[in-house]
Design a protein around this ligand. Structure first.
Ligand SMILES: Nc1nc2c(ncn2[C@@H]2O[C@H](COP(=O)(O)OP(=O)(O)OP(=O)(O)O)[C@@H](O)[C@H]2O)c(=O)[nH]1
Ligand SMILES: [Mg+2]
Length: 319
């Protein structure tokens, strides 16, 4: 027991001191749903809230990882500590298969000021699992100045990242007409910054015009979403992107929307955690409790409707 306690204390100390290994170990604990991991997050939580959380989302292959690598280099030049959390698409068929493949940050692996981690979303549709939020908090607690969250966004999927980022960057590439349609239709939330990467492509200008057209339909007050052209693989436009991210950050800080946004994010986080636990509990009772099975039989036999069954199930759990 005593040994465990001292190890936990050491881990916390290492984490708060910004040690790479302590951070890696702490994230593994939460990833494995180890109670020690949750306890650690509980303890270091008061030390979080200092990192700038930037979410990059967008369709597969648009260059999110390449952009993050370039942004990381930019932030390192300014002496900032960086963490990158790349979230793998949740496909039950490719569980973890894409791991590593998605990260284009090899140049930063040996830098002690950069921490890189890839996580697979365990089947929770569309994004950041519980463990991912905890991992981001741990990165924050370990003193990172910038945390870049990467997630593949296809329609609804980016809603999750918006819950955890102070600034959301949507990355697109020329010719991605679908994304413009999604933005127009409101399927995709309007981000804080839009990047058109691979701007060496001849269709770039058309794309920028179309995006500006969609944005002009939105509010002309408050933060005006900048459209930045980059060529991530060549390091072009990265400085401007970093500046726009910083400008957005300054804007929300000055307007007081940062704290509002974080309040909303944390509320969402609490609800997501509670909902996740509730779901697990319900599934357990479904598997273990005969009376629940019998109730389900009633639904199958069309004697009880699904909504009434759900009400009964909830009443039992909340008692
Ligand atoms: N021509 C060109 N290619 C680029 C540019 N930026 C990235 N690429 C290439 O595009 C491919 C995909 O880049 P990634 O950074 O892996 O894209 P991603 O959005 O992270 O991809 P996923 O994580 O798989 O969704 C790679 O082969 C990059 O080298 C660019 O500005 N111009
Ligand atoms: Mg990637």
């Amino acid at each position: 027991m005593a040994r465990t306690a001292s190890t936990a204390a050491e881990l916390k100390e290492g984490l708060l001191a910004g040690e790479k290994r302590a951070l890696a170990r702490a994230i593994s604990l939460v990833e494995n749903d180890d109670p020690e991991g949750w306890a650690l997050v509980r303890e270091v939580y008061p030390q979080t809230g200092n990192a700038q959380m930037v979410g990059l989302t967008g369709p597969p292959g648009v260059g999110k990882s390449t952009l993050i690598a370039a942004l990381t280099a930019e932030q390192r030049k300014a002496g900032r500590q960086v963490a990158v959390l790349s979230i793998d698409p949740s496909s039950p068929f490719t569980k973890g298969a894409l791991l590593g493949d998605r990260i284009r940050l090899t140049e930063h692996f040996l830098d002690s000021g950069v921490f890189i981690r890839s996580m697979a979303t365990r089947g929770s549709l569309g994004g950041l699992s519980e463990a991912t939020l905890q991992a981001a908090l741990l990165m924050d607690a370990s003193g990172k100045d910038d945390v870049f969250l990467e997630t593949v966004g296809i329609g609804q999927a980016e809603v999750n990242i918006i819950d955890h980022a102070d600034t959301v960057v949507l990355v697109l590439m020329p010719g991605a007409g679908d994304s413009i349609q999604a933005l127009k239709a409101g399927v995709m939330e309007i981000p804080d910054v839009i990047v058109i990467n691979k701007s060496d492509h001849p269709l770039t200008d058309t794309m920028v015009r179309e995006i500006r057209g969609v944005l002009s339909l939105g509010s002309q007050e408050g933060w005006q979403v900048p459209v930045v052209q980059t060529e991530a693989s060549e390091g072009k436009g990265i400085k401007e992107l970093a500046e726009q991210i910083a400008a957005h950050r300054a804007y929300i800080e000055q307007e007081g929307t940062l704290s509002e946004r974080r309040r909303r994010n944390l509320m969402n986080e609490v609800i997501a955690l509670a909902a996740g636990r509730m779901r697990r509990k319900l599934e357990e009772s479904l598997a273990e409790d005969d009376s629940v099975q019998e109730m389900l039989d009633e639904v199958v036999a069309r004697r009880l409707d699904p909504a009434s069954a759900a009400t009964r199930l909830l009443e039992r759990e909340l008692d």
